[in-house]
Design a protein around this ligand. Structure first.
Ligand code: NDP
Ligand code: 2IT
Length: 450
């Protein structure tokens, strides 16, 4: 059977590339998963025979729509909106919304596909989806963002619901956007259905610790990786790319557990502060003022600012946490990190490392925490927000944080043991893909060919 599973995956990958032309990010995500599944499919040929593998790479539904709005000067603007509902075998579709000019259907599909396995790994009942728009929130007024969100929701509302599909934030979508989206949904439906969106404000159904969850969860996960090898964050030099929601709370928690974070970035450049990044300054610049990270050196003149975000990977570190965007670490960056003594990489962003970069890390014995596992704390806490909404009560910060930590520990254990069971000890890429897949595949088998 060995040759058969491999041959099947190779042929399926070719079909995916042919029927999803010009979607390189989606091809990349599928390639990694199919390569990981070969050993599972050797043992369980029924996942091939029952069409489960072929079904899982095909979204259940893809919605693309026009989003018209007017800017503050009265000009008409037309954007494109997306929602890719990838898989609902284990629960309602669940996944973020990304507002960024680079958004296209291939990026939506890679993110929706990854979300299936990530959501499965959380152990909570959520299917996989993703959505967003090529709208660029940068430089827009609050009023423009509101009009855009209202127009976006005026189409999206008919495709979502607390038992259907539950969007949340991602790049360019935070508390402000979720508020405007929720307001418009409530107005159209004439119903306060809190569980339709997550990442809501605390005054209208949001969960404590959701804002912190992806970043905190990343550190809880990385800490488990370190502990398993007898190490810890204490006194380690850490680099965190990006300076958005995930990065800020990854830095905050990394510092709480004793790490020394020396660099952060945005799409224009990176800062290096040998004394350790002052996270309150970053919060002020990014969460309040919505400005560029270069502002940091005005408050801390001994720090350095360098133009070009890629340069961050040339800084020496023990632990690298890519938390900005896809493919931000390529093969050359990975080699530089390894040569500079980096020991641990945990992915806060979705698919931040290219396939070639990942190979460099694995071949060099770097402890590597793949995104699906390492950044699952955000969506896991979204599912906790849904639970609280269903029960119409809210847990304390400490309760949610304790549940989040427990979930991240379990994800680490499950991914590690799946890797070991299928002969890939310590390879969390393969382990996370297998552990995420098997649960969804079994649910799909039970529900028949739908
Ligand atoms: P934010 O919009 O809050 O922050 C994004 C950060 O990444 C910003 O610093 C941004 O810089 C930078 N960035 C975005 N696009 C690019 C790019 N093309 N090149 C260089 N830098 C870029 O988003 P999040 O923090 O929410 O998301 C960051 C990553 O984490 C994404 O990959 C997302 O999919 C993933 N993720 C998010 C979760 C969540 O709960 N929010 C959960 C799990 C994963 P600039 O401001 O200059 O654009
Ligand atoms: O990539 C992700 O997991 C997210 N952007 C969070 C999704 C969610 O539904 O909370």
């Amino acid at each position: 059977m060995t040759g058969n599973a491999k041959k099947y995956c190779d042929e399926l990958y070719k079909r995916v590339v042919a029927r999803n032309a010009n979607e390189p990010e989606f091809h990349q995500a599928v390639q990694e998963v199919l390569e990981s599944l070969v050993t599972v499919l050797e043992k369980h040929p029924e996942y091939i025979e029952l069409g489960i593998v072929e079904s899982i790479v095909e979204p259940e539904r893809q919605i693309i729509f026009r989003v018209p709005w007017t800017d503050d000067t009265g000009n008409i603007r037309i954007n494109r909106g997306f929602r890719v509902q990838f898989n609902s075998a284990i629960g309602p579709y669940k996944g973020g919304l990304r507002f960024h000019p680079s958004v296209n259907v291939g990026i939506m599909k890679f993110l929706g596909f990854e979300q299936i396995f990530k959501n499965s790994l959380t152990g909570l009942p959520i299917g996989g989806s993703k959505g967003g728009s090529d709208f660029d929130p940068k430089g827009k007024s609050d009023a423009e963002v509101m009009r855009f969100c209202q127009s976006f929701m005026t189409e999206l509302y008919r495709h979502i619901g607390q038992d259907v599909d539950v969007p949340a934030g991602d790049i360019g979508v935070g508390g402000r956007e979720i508020g405007f989206l929720f307001g418009q949904f409530k107005r159209i439906k004439n119903a306060f259905e809190a569980g339709v969106l997550t990442g809501k404000g605390l005054l209208y159904g949001g969960s404590l610790a959701r804002k912190q969850a992806t970043g905190y969860g990343l550190i809880y996960f990385a800490d488990e990786m370190l502990k398993a090898k007898g190490m810890s964050f204490a006194d380690k030099t850490v680099i965190v790319s990006g300076s958005g929601n995930v990065s800020i709370y990854a830095v905050e928690k990394a510092q709480q557990v004793g790490g020394k974070v020396v660099a952060m970035s945005d799409s224009n450049g990176y800062i290096y502060d040998a004394d350790g990044i002052k996270i309150d300054t970053i919060k002020q610049i990014k969460e309040v003022d919505r400005k560029r990270i270069s502002e940091y050196i005005k408050a801390h003149p001994t720090a350095e600012y360098h133009t070009g975000c890629e340069g961050i990977w040339t800084m020496a570190c023990d632990i690298a946490l890519p938390c900005a965007t896809q493919n931000e670490i390529n093969e050359a960056d990975a080699k530089i990190l390894v040569n500079n003594g980096c020991k641990v990489v945990a992915e806060g962003a979705n698919m931040p490392t290219t396939l070639e970069g990942t190979k460099v890390f694995l071949d060099n014995g770097i402890l590597f925490g793949p995104a699906k596992a390492a950044n699952a704390g955000g969506v896991a806490t979204s599912a906790l927000e849904m639970s609280q909404n269903s029960m119409r009560l809210s847990w304390t910060f400490e309760e949610v944080d304790a549940k989040l930590k427990n979930i991240m520990i379990n994800i680490f254990k499950n991914a590690s043991s799946a890797a070991e069971e299928y002969g890939h000890k310590d390879n969390l890429v393969v382990g996370a893909n297998i552990a995420g897949f098997v649960k969804v595949a079994e649910a799909m088998r039970a529900q028949g060919l739908v």
